[in-house]
Design a protein around this ligand. Structure first.
Ligand code: SF4
Length: 495
């Protein structure tokens, strides 16, 4: 529910922040009139069994669901403290957005959100589009789901939303067992959501559907007994009839009828209906209602390997500093910061990895670095949505300030944006969770190198990349005490 509440708040907040914006949320009566609970006609391959064909049932479904929402509504309200208005978000830099978003994943969303705010301010006179169609058409990064959520919650448009939770609820209540990610089934689910949404309270209804999927109609252990729409749920009905049949057989009751299959309502077009469970994967009694939804097998994420180097120098006051460089402005983790990293081709041996990484970091080092000074720290795995990434982690302690080296500036002109940061600064930077894992593995190895856990505890503030390396003094002074790793890895407040 928090996702939609945020959307609602952002819509309202932005509206208020616009100053000359509309005074109250707008309702789209045009769309309301089209949502009387009737579904578009089904195709020959889609049986009406999977739809809501009686307006009275739709009314009852809405009433039960909204009553449940009322009884269970969470009253806690979060506040969008950092950028409470659209104008404030539009003025923020992408770097600030990335810093706040760091650790949340799906980093392109933060960027898109800010781009949308800028577009509303600069091209739409500060006025948020108020219908799902306009939101989707005019704002970058706003898809059908986000548009429906904002339009229904902030502007009262009677339009449904379909996310993973809603898919699960709809597929179960109507026994839709075809691949829910296929375009034909997705279209039908949107039709169902649009037909069910309550025109009088579309925002509440949509939040209730999502909340129901998140808390009651969960993927593996749905709480059907507590479900407010259980009397409308065909999957539950089927399970109950199966259980009843099984228990009667067990008790030896009605021996004559028990030899027959239970009278379970089924799609009349089973076998040719494109919304039914596929014949190749029929109903599995052991799964119960979790027979629904079904999805085509997900593509396995592709495996990639990247060498990354924690490069350390002494700062102006003798404190350790670490090099981070900015990723390109598009693609994976766009605009985020990371330790210098290099994608590794397949089949590279350890020696070749070292050579390639050394060549990559040489310019930042500002001095000739022997291959042996690169210390292998370990490996870190991180799964992005479509990539299984393995970071091969090395560390390198520099013997002098690389910026003092002759020709260093010239070499840097060719390089992406970079900066040297202390541990505390790294913590606040827009770095991904994967890079925080890289740091952690450095510290772990540092502890192991020192022996006992007690030793690690005592030396927790020590620099992780110094284990087993020759001590290098920049100016003879003792380095200042460092933050603990816990503090270092702790997500910034507000994340
Ligand atoms: Fe989901 Fe069970 Fe409710 Fe059906 S009865 S919608 S399966 S929780």
């Amino acid at each position: 529910m928090s996702k939609l509440r945020a959307a609602a708040r952002s819509g309202r907040g932005l509206q208020q922040g616009a100053g000359e914006g509309r005074k109250s949320p707008r309702r789209c009566r045009k769309n309301v009139s089209s949502h009387k609970g009737m579904l578009p006609p089904v195709s020959a391959q889609q049986s009406a069994y999977h739809l809501f064909s009686h307006p009275a049932e739709i009314e009852a479904f809405r009433k039960n669901l909204l009553a449940w929402l009322q009884a269970n509504q969470m009253l806690t309200e979060e506040h969008m403290q950092k950028w409470p208005t659209l104008q404030a978000l539009a003025k923020a830099s992408l770097e600030e957005v990335n810093e706040l978003w760091a650790g949340l994943g799906y980093y392109s969303r933060g960027k898109r959100l800010q781009e949308a705010a800028q577009k509303v301010v600069s091209e739409l006179a500060g006025q948020m589009p108020a219908t799902a169609e306009e939101l989707q058409r005019l704002l970058p990064g706003v898809g059908r789901y986000t548009a429906g959520a904002i339009a229904s919650i902030s502007y009262g448009q009677a339009t449904g939303v379909v996310d993973g939770n809603v898919i699960r609820v709809l597929c179960r209540v109507r026994c839709i067992g075809a691949d829910s990610s296929s375009p034909a089934v997705a279209d039908r689910l949107w039709d169902l959501a649009n037909a069910l949404v309550d025109p009088a309270r579309p925002g509440d209804f949509n939040q209730a559907m999502m909340e129901l999927g998140a808390t009651v109609c969960t993927p593996r252990a749905p709480l059907c007994m507590e479900c407010p729409v259980k009397q409308h749920c065909k999957a539950r009905c089927r399970v109950e009839k199966e259980l009843e049949f099984a228990s009667r057989r067990l008790l030896g009751k009605a021996a004559s009828s028990c030899s027959q299959a239970p009278d379970i309502e089924e799609c009349a077009a089973t076998g040719s209906c494109s919304l039914c469970l596929p014949a190749s994967e029929p109903w599995d009694s052991s799964l119960g209602v979790a027979n629904f939804p079904r999805r085509a097998a997900k593509k396995q994420p592709r495996a990639e390997r990247t060498a990354t180097c924690v490069l350390e120098r002494r700062g102006p006051r003798g404190q350790p500093e670490y090099l981070i460089v900015q990723r390109p402005s598009s693609g994976l983790l766009a605009g985020l910061w990371e330790f210098p990293s290099l994608a590794l081709g397949p089949g590279l041996k350890e020696k070749q990895q070292r050579e390639a990484l050394l060549a990559h970091v040489q310019a930042w080092a500002g001095e000739a670095v022997a291959r042996g000074r690169l210390r292998h720290v370990g490996e870190v795995s991180h799964v992005f949505s479509h990539i299984h990434q393995t970071y091969v982690v090395y560390s390198l302690l520099l013997g002098r300030d690389p910026e003092m080296a002759s020709g260093w500036r010239d070499e840097m002109l060719e390089r992406p944006a970079f900066r040297w940061v202390t541990q505390a600064e790294f913590q606040k930077s827009a770095v991904s969770t994967a890079m925080k894992k890289v740091w952690k593995v450095c510290e772990r190895q540092n502890c192991e190198g020192r022996g006992s856990g007690q030793g690690c505890k005592r030396k927790r503030g020590a620099d992780p990349s110094r284990a087993g390396q020759r001590k290098v003094e920049a100016d003879g002074s003792l380095p200042p005490r460092q933050l603990s790793l816990d503090a270092f890895l702790k997500a910034p407040a507000g994340e």
